[in-house]
Every structure is written in structure tokens, then in C-alpha cells.
Design a protein around this ligand. Structure first.
Ligand SMILES: O=P(O)(O)OC[C@H]1O[C@H](OP(=O)(O)OP(=O)(O)O)[C@H](O)[C@@H]1O
Ligand SMILES: [Mg+2]
Length: 208
């Protein structure tokens, strides 16, 4: 990592840029297979999903459209408030569209659960979700997610679009920060961070 002011705050690299790139290519193959002959609308959830959408969209060798929504449930904290606000709405009419929501992370699941229902109520033909990361230990609601890059441990992660208080989005890797980066003490560190684990996409026709 080149930026030393940032790397001073990094406890561990959870996923390297190369691991992320390889997994996004695999997810793109799964999505191409499922959406063959259709023209999905990729909806990127600003701001966290910017990197995932831009890399995934360029990997996808199918006809597609893109739109963006900004919602927020976190503010500057590290725990979801559960109250989702639309900060920027779509420009696209969803009637009859095959929608693929693209996210950076599912943590409590509250953002996506709300968003999926919101988009379904606009008349989309289908609404599926693709997320690079999921934190299974933190899920509060059951959201069906078709494409998942990796399950990650119960740590606040940043980089590759993910922020803490708007910082670190520009890191190429996904990393776990030191407690001191949040105003805590690094003496709290008890051992290594659990590894991220790839989540295999279920077979064609399972729930699409
Ligand atoms: O599963 P949840 O607990 O709801 O959390 C996940 C959401 O929280 C983060 O976004 P945030 O609202 O912080 O905005 P950002 O994308 O602009 O960083 C993240 O990008 C997801 O959108
Ligand atoms: Mg987000």
C-alpha cells in the first residue's frame, strides 16, 4: 500500500485487489449465465458500491443499463440506524425491468431489505441482489441475496468503496482498521482477524 497515512491505520488486509478482481470476474460469469437474452438494469447503491459497479459492469459481456440510487442509514457511525433515507432516486422507470441491485456490503441487511421492497413496489419484473461482501454474524433481517462475493468476519471493514466517516474508500484492498483508527486502544487486539470466505452462487433456476 502506498499511502502511509492510511496504512498506519490498517490492522490487516482482508481481501487484496487481486482477490476482489478474480471474484468479480466469477460473479460476472454467474450473472451472464442467469441474464442471457435479457437486458438487466444494474442499480448501484451510492456511494459504497461505486467500485463494485464499475468493475462488475466492465466485466459483464451482456447488454445492460446502469442507474444509481443514494440511500443512507449509517451517517458517521458504525452501526446502522435502521432508518433508510433516499438521498438520490433513480432516473429509470422500473416497469417490467429485470433489476440487479449492486452493493458493497450487507451488514445488518436493513438497507437492502428496505431497498428490495421499495424497488419491487415500482413494478420491476424481477429484483435480485449482488453484493461483494456479507457479514453473516450481523444480519438482522433475512434478505435473499443471489450473488455474494465473500462472507467477512464481524469487523468494520473499509476500502474498495467502503468508508469510515467518508475515508478509506480509495483503498484497492478491503482492510480491517486498528481500534485506534476509531478512537479506541490497540491493546484491545486479541488475535488475527478471521479470513474472508468465498460464497458460491446457487445453480441456475434455484430462485431466479
Ligand atoms: O446492511 P446494512 O447494515 O444496512 O449496511 C450496509 C449499507 O451501509 C453502507 O452504506 P452507507 O449507508 O454507510 O452509505 P455509503 O454507501 O455512502 O457508505 C454500505 O455501503 C451498505 O449500503
Ligand atoms: Mg452503501
Amino acid at each position: 500500500m502506498r499511502a502511509s497515512v492510511i496504512s498506519e491505520n490498517v490492522r490487516e488486509v482482508l481481501l487484496t485487489a487481486e482477490q476482489i478482481k478474480d471474484r468479480i470476474a466469477e460473479l460476472a460469469r454467474d450473472i451472464e449465465r442467469d441474464y442471457e437474452g435479457r437486458k438487466p438494469l444494474l442499480i448501484g447503491v451510492l456511494k459504497g458500491a461505486v467500485m463494485v459497479v464499475s468493475d462488475l459492469a466492465r466485466e459483464l459481456q451482456i447488454d445492460l443499463e446502469m442507474d444509481w440510487m443514494a440511500v443512507s442509514s449509517y451517517g458517521s457511525g458504525t452501526v446502522s440506524s435502521g432508518v433508510v433515507r433516499i438521498l438520490k432516486d433513480l432516473d429509470t422507470d422500473l416497469s417490467g425491468r429485470d433489476v440487479l441491485i449492486v452493493e458493497d456490503i450487507i451488514d445488518s441487511g436493513l438497507t437492502l431489505s428496505w431497498l428490495k421492497q421499495n424497488l419491487e413496489s415500482r413494478g420491476a419484473a424481477s429484483v435480485q441482489i449482488c453484493t461483494l461482501l456479507r457479514k453473516p454474524e450481523r444480519l438482522k433481517v433475512d434478505v435473499p441475496v443471489r450473488y455474494i462475493g465473500f462472507d467477512v468476519p464481524n469487523e468494520f471493514v473499509v476500502g474498495y468503496g467502503l468508508d469510515h466517516d467518508e475515508r478509506y474508500r480509495n483503498l484497492s484492498d478491503v482492510v480491517v482498521l486498528k481500534p485506534s483508527a476509531f478512537g479506541g486502544s490497540d491493546d484491545e487486539i486479541s488475535g488475527p482477524v478471521e479470513p474472508a470466505r468465498k460464497v458460491v452462487t446457487p445453480g441456475l433456476g434455484d430462485d431466479n
